[in-house]
Design a protein around this ligand. Structure first.
Ligand code: FE2
Length: 419
């Protein structure tokens, strides 16, 4: 007698790990992967034919700012295109934030992302305002969406932990309210000393409240911005390595090689994660250069080559720093291929892994991530044959299955040749 599943996917070209592809049927029962085999003798309430297309674990968005998403043009457009004009505009916009405003924009953005195969997201929440509205809005969104997408929230002091007298207290309050991750922005503290002090404080708070760390670190073209070495030293000394993430680190692309190679050597002693945000940093950085103009993205290829965990984030969707974007992680991977010159076959595949498995490692969700028997049934079916095809055509995600349920389906565009 054949088994009856809740959901059965036939003819899947399953990316089971970054190193293995198998042709299988997938049986899903009670929200979990129940069976994986070349030809399941089974029926189901819902049966889908993947037509031998790519089936993958969902995309992981490891770095986004949902509190500012969908505010482009409010109250004005960023005409210079710089990070610092973006911060000024955001400072004006956040005077009018309400909990409902933040929550609804976050949910709208998460829906855009989920429809494109993203089911795990880490968002920063600006905690530099006395009422902590951005944080509370994102925590409310986290609760509202938990049945279909997992959201981690970072307490992110946009104006610096020591930028104003109450900010250090607000950081701690944010952790008490339930922020999952301790954030920071040492290169935007008022002095270098404050920047170093802020990194030490972030590690103290993470230890005290048992949280992960994700620091906006050296997001500037200044080759003297060297807070990454402070993060690395703290990670080595505290043993917190894999619980620590350095986001952006764009100055790493401007360091001289003598210093960069020394730093890469130090990094071999710890498992710090890196997140690059190529869509945003290729547009924000290099704005004060004439020519040659720097790319302003961290050393993704070198970090990947030496085995550091590197993931990629979208960072912004239609906000004061980036007016474009739809939340599509294949756009992000494609931009990384270009900007970081990751054009070899293994390098293109690695860029796909940076928006899937590597992101899962950064978010510390590996135990529940991946299409394996017994794990939660989270997976996507792409209109693509393999990772290269998915990135090259920024393939449509045909089906998104979240916690065992078919969440959303999309038809690829149909070309009608009229000539
Ligand atoms: Fe960011």
């Amino acid at each position: 007698m054949s088994t009856v599943y809740d959901l059965l996917l036939r003819h899947c070209c399953l990316l089971r790990s970054p190193h293995s592809v198998e042709t299988v049927d997938i049986g899903i029962q009670a929200g979990k992967i129940a069976a994986l085999a070349p030809q399941l003798d089974a029926t189901a309430a819902l049966e889908l034919d993947a037509q031998y297309q790519l089936v993958s674990p969902p995309f992981v968005e490891s770095h986004i700012h949902l509190d500012s998403a969908l505010t482009v043009g409010e109250p004005r457009w960023n005409q210079s295109g710089t990070l610092f004009e973006g911060i000024e505009i955001w400072r004006e916009r956040k005077q009018t934030l309400s909990l409902e405003d933040v929550k609804q924009r976050a949910i709208s953005t998460l829906k855009q992302q989920a429809a494109q195969g993203v089911l795990f997201v880490r968002s920063h929440a600006d905690v530099s305002e006395a009422n902590l509205i951005a944080l509370q809005g994102l925590l409310a969104a986290q609760e509202a969406v938990k049945e279909w997408i997992t959201l981690q929230v970072v307490a992110f002091p946009q104006d610096g932990i020591y930028g104003s007298p109450q900010n250090a207290e607000l950081m701690e309050e944010a952790l008490k309210l339930g922020a999952d991750v301790v954030g920071g922005i040492p290169h935007y503290e008022l002095t270098q000393e404050d920047g170093v002090k802020s990194v030490h404080r972030i590690f103290e708070l993470a230890a005290k409240y048992d949280r992960l760390i994700d620091i906006h670190c050296d997001e500037i073209d200044d080759d003297q911005s060297r807070f990454l070495e402070v993060v690395v030293a703290n990670a080595i000394r505290s043993g917190m390595g894999s619980r620590v993430t350095a986001s952006h680190t764009t100055a790493f692309g401007s360091y001289n090689n003598a210093y960069a190679f020394k730093l890469l050597g130090f990094l071999r002693r710890t498992a710090v994660n890196f997140i690059a945000n190529p869509l945003i940093n290729i547009t924000l950085q290099g704005r004060t250069d004439t020519y040659p103009k720097r790319r302003g993205v961290t050393r993704v290829k070198e970090l990947w080559q030496q085995g550091q965990n590197v993931s990629l984030g979208h960072d912004c969707v239609q906000d004061p720093w980036y007016s474009l974007g739809t939340g599509n992680m294949l756009d992000v991977a494609s931009m990384a291929v270009h900007v970081c010159q990751m054009t070899g076959t293994a390098e293109i595949d690695a860029c796909y892994d940076m928006v899937t498995w590597n992101g899962a490692k950064t978010l510390h969700i590996e135990d529940d991530y991946g299409v394996e028997i017994g794990k939660p049934a989270n997976l996507i079916v792409l209109d693509a044959h393999d990772r290269y095809d998915a990135i090259r055509r920024r393939a449509t995600v045909r089906h998104v299955i979240s916690q065992g349920r078919l969440l959303v389906s999309t038809l690829p565009p149909q070309v009608e040749w009229q000539g």
